[in-house]
Design a protein around this ligand. Structure first.
Ligand code: GL9
Length: 842
């Protein structure tokens, strides 16, 4: 594998110094080149899909130029890197994003139109890579965009699942999951690195050896596989910097199956190869719940081990001492899923590199940081010691070691405080002994953060209280953010053009805070009109989307009221649909001639996937569809009320749905939504929020003003008391008459599906309304009344919509990433020189 240095290779490098030109002719010829030589297509079998593939390859060429230059430059400058470790990345479609970030969208649009293709329909050919579940995975993707844009030397590391999150179909009102084999048509964006492979070991045994009076541990794995790198260039906006999302794929290792071949069992050898490939085959489709499966632990360890080996190989080239590692490397854990990285680095440093335990711990502790994304107890990862000890025996031993040393310190500080010892311990004792991955992550990291102010505060006062008291300085807040490149510039071109006109440039894309300087336009009738036009065009696009996929004809003038997110009891889609039923019953009770006076026409849309095993969530989808069927076919109601379930909510659908929304629902039980990130996208796109004081909603209210939102419901301090009150009473009392009547209507079989729907209602009726729907319902109805009242005044509504958007600057992920870089990673930007425009346009 050694490169041959000779005259001819230096000729290669000389030739490679040229950059691809970006004139219309040059773009056209590069596209046509790929049609002929990459796709081997002729004019007779050339489809729109092939057009997409050729265009993507031509854009990929440009990305690769920038990509190679970027890491070469970083390397020459001897920079510190941040490694972002995540089991999930929901990057969404790449083509438009790449063109926008390379500032080539205009040129490509023109070049393609000239050849008879509309670029927008080319975009539609791309499959949506969906290697994540929801907010956590999408956050990782927004962070990559911001890290590239802000010129931070960064790497994203994850897994290249063959199957992403399932595709959701709705059959007879039920969710049906269809496997998402997203690589079906190839993936022009990735670069397979045939030469970047690492061995990953599982199972086996450990032996101790004494060498020169020092004990050494040797772990011999009994199953060895290979992780291979697939690189995905992530371009920054308005910079040449392009960073790498490196995804690992599991493959069989050739050494391993020699054994079987020698034994003459050919088919057994093949089977073991397939088992190896299976590891990165499918993303676990759970949102905020821990499943405890061995295959998942294998996935986690594969990511961790391959990434740490890659980072070490890179560091070793620098020929520095190990104690300098934290000066050159920051490792960020996206939740506890990759927490074994802490242990893996400890293992390599002590067992292989021969460092003393304390030296190794300094290196590890000062480079790792951990982000917590939820306080839901069912999400906390706790690996059984049998499972962990069987798959990774040496890692379990190291965890026990870390725990032993940690608990000794604790008992010196708090003698005889058994409660503290047992809550802080990495090990949960009991009949089923487990390792608490959150505790491991906290102990092994120099910084721990929550994802919104309220959430970070709850971590220090509840979930991690004892850790906080031990080391308060370790705990931080980093309020989430979203990238305005994808969520305004790509998703809402109409609004982007309007903002360009208002600001006089597109500087807001890199500095959302400047929008605040233009707040006086909110009162300007001409701007208000244009603002409404943009919203209407976006609503029209969604209108057609809904008509095609759901067969429902919406009234474009009705209020578009949308709740899209994973289906979960704590997010309370159930409360939303119960209110819809309340509204339906009220409309029916009102004399026909008074209805239009009392009710604003509304189109209420739901979207989101339920985890395949989450029965209550699936019943919520069933209820929404049952109500939709009844209400949409009720002639009396007409366009006053339409209810739609939007199938297969994902990133590319979100890019259509969010800009079209006028009212957006973020109504979780106070204290349970760590942050939320779609709330930020909706606000940027001029939607008004109806929501509880939860997660980032609290900070959104601070920024845009409570008077520009519809806030309702119990505050976090009240929730526990309300739960207690309900526990001691009949649901008819804590529901109140309006909600009781709704439940009775469902139980009377008004919507059919009585068995499923009664079971669903029992989750809130039987003195166990944990998410306090009953307690918040009246306040929710009042907030909905305020929505109707305001919507009647188009100008007032539009004014608030404008203010929401102009005041949303805080929620750009650029702000978030700067804070991580300065307050956790200690990382400096490093911008690579942009090859002169003239050179590119040659
Ligand atoms: C989540 C939280 O529930 C969200 O409130 C938060 O905005 C995101 C990003 O920080 O993280 N935590 C979590 O487990 N999920 C979230 O969305 N769920 C998944 O995406 C798996």
């Amino acid at each position: 594998n050694t490169p041959v240095a000779s005259q001819s290779t230096s000729k290669i490098w000389k030739l490679m110094e040229k950059y691809l030109p970006n004139s219309k002719e040059a773009i056209q010829s590069s596209v046509v080149n790929h049609v002929e030589y990459t796709l081997a297509k002729t004019r007779f079998d050339f489809t729109l899909l092939h057009c997409y593939q050729a265009v993507s390859h031509s854009v990929r060429d440009r990305l690769i130029e920038a990509f190679n230059d970027t890491y070469q430059y970083f390397n020459n400058k001897d920079v510190k890197y941040v490694y972002y470790l995540s089991l999930e990345y929901l990057i969404g479609r790449c083509l438009q994003n790449a063109l926008v970030n390379l500032e080539l969208e205009g040129q490509y649009k023109e070049a393609m139109l000239d050849m008879g293709y509309n670029l927008e329909s080319v975009y539609e050919q791309e499959v949506d890579p969906a290697l994540g579940n929801g907010g956590l995975g999408r956050l990782a993707a927004c962070f990559l965009d911001s890290m590239a844009t802000l010129n931070y030397p960064a790497w994203g590391y994850g897994l290249r699942y063959s199957y992403g999150i399932f595709r959701q179909q709705i059959k007879d009102g039920y969710q049906v999951e269809v496997p998402d084999y997203w690589l079906d048509r190839g993936n022009p964006w990735e670069i397979e690195r045939l030469d970047v492979n690492y061995q990953i070991k599982f199972y086996g045994s450990i032996t101790k050896k004494v060498e020169d009076g020092k004990e050494r541990t040797i772990w011999e794995g009994s199953e060895i596989i290979v992780a291979r790198a697939y690189d995905n260039p992530i371009p920054g906006y308005n910079t040449f910097n392009t960073i790498n999302l490196r995804l690992w794929r599991s493959l069989p290792s050739s050494e391993f199956d020699f054994k079987s071949f020698n034994q003459g069992d050919y088919f057994k050898a093949l089977e073991s190869r397939q088992r190896a490939e299976f590891i990165t085959s499918v993303l676990y489709p759970n949102d905020s719940t821990y499943a405890g499966k061995e295959l998942r632990l294998k996935q986690q360890y594969l990511l961790v081990s391959a990434t740490i080996q890659d980072a070490i190989r890179r560091f070793k080239k620098k020929r520095k001492e190990w104690k300098e590692w934290p000066k050159y490397n920051a490792l960020q854990l996206n939740d506890t899923h990759p927490a074994l990285a802490i242990v893996e680095l400890m293992r390599i440093l002590t067992d292989i590199e021969g460092l003393e335990y304390e030296e190794a711990w300094e290196v590890v502790y000062n480079s790792f940081a951990y982000t917590n994304h939820t306080i839901l107890p069912e999400a906390l990862e706790k690996w059984g010691v049998e499972l962990l000890g069987n798959l990774l025996p040496r890692h379990l031993e190291i965890i026990y070691n870390i725990n032993h040393i940690f608990l000794e310190k604790i008992s010196r500080k708090y003698p005889n405080d058994w409660r503290k010892l047992s809550t802080l311990s990495l090990v949960e004792e009991g009949t089923h002994k487990t390792i608490r991955m959150a505790n491991l992550s906290i102990v092994g990291s120099h910084a721990v953060n929550g994802v919104a102010a309220l959430h970070s505060q709850l971590l220090t006062t509840n979930l991690f209280k004892d850790f906080y008291e031990l080391r308060p300085a370790k705990f931080q807040n980093k309020t989430n953010g979203v990238t305005p490149r994808r969520w305004i510039r790509c998703a809402n071109p109409g609004l982007s053009a309007l903002l360009n006109d208002v600001v006089g440039s597109d500087d807001w894309i890199l500095d959302m805070d400047i929008l605040k300087n233009f707040q006086k336009i909110a009162d300007d009738p001409a701007i208000q009109n244009r603002w409404m036009q943009v919203k209407r065009q976006n609503k029209e696009k969604l209108y057609w989307w809904v008509k095609e996929r759901c067969g429902v004809d919406l009234n474009i003038d009705s209020l578009f009221d949308i709740q899209v997110k994973r289906i979960h009891e704590y997010k309370r889609q159930l409360m939303n649909i119960l209110y819809v039923i309340r509204r339906y019953l009220d409309i029916k009770k009102t004399p026909a001639e008074e209805r239009r006076k009392l009710f604003v026409p509304r189109s209420i849309m739901f979207g989101g996937k339920a985890a395949p095993g989450y029965i209550t969530a699936k019943r919520i989808i069933r209820l929404v569809n049952a109500v939709s069927q009844k209400v949409n076919n009720d002639q009396e109601v007409g366009d006053l009320l339409k209810v739609v379930f939007l199938p297969n909510y994902n990133v590319s659908n979100a890019q259509v749905i969010i800009p079209a929304s006028e009212l957006s629902q973020h109504i979780s039980t106070a204290g349970l939504e760590a942050s939320g990130t779609s709330n930020m996208k909706f606000v940027m796109n001029g939607c008004l929020i109806i929501g509880t004081m939860d997660g980032a909603n609290v900070e959104i209210a601070e920024e845009v003003g409570e008077e520009n939102m519809f806030i309702f419901g119990a505050r976090v301090e009240q929730v526990e008391e309300l739960r207690n009150k309900m526990r001691n009473s009949n649901y008819r009392d804590y529901f109140g008459p309006r909600l009781t009547e709704v439940c009775d209507a469902i139980s009377s079989d008004l919507f059919g599906y009585k068995y499923d729907l009664d079971a669903l209602l029992d989750t809130i009726r039987n003195k166990n309304d944990y998410y306090i729907l009953g307690a918040d319902f009246e306040s929710y109805c009042e907030a909905q009344q305020r929505v109707d009242n305001l919507y009647r005044n188009k100008s007032e509504w539009t004014k608030k919509s404008i203010l929401n958007s102009l005041r949303s600057g805080k929620f750009s992920s650029d702000r978030t990433i700067r804070q991580y870089a300065e307050e956790i990673w200690d990382l400096e930007p490093c911008e690579i020189p942009n090859p002169s425009k003239s050179e590119k346009e040659r």
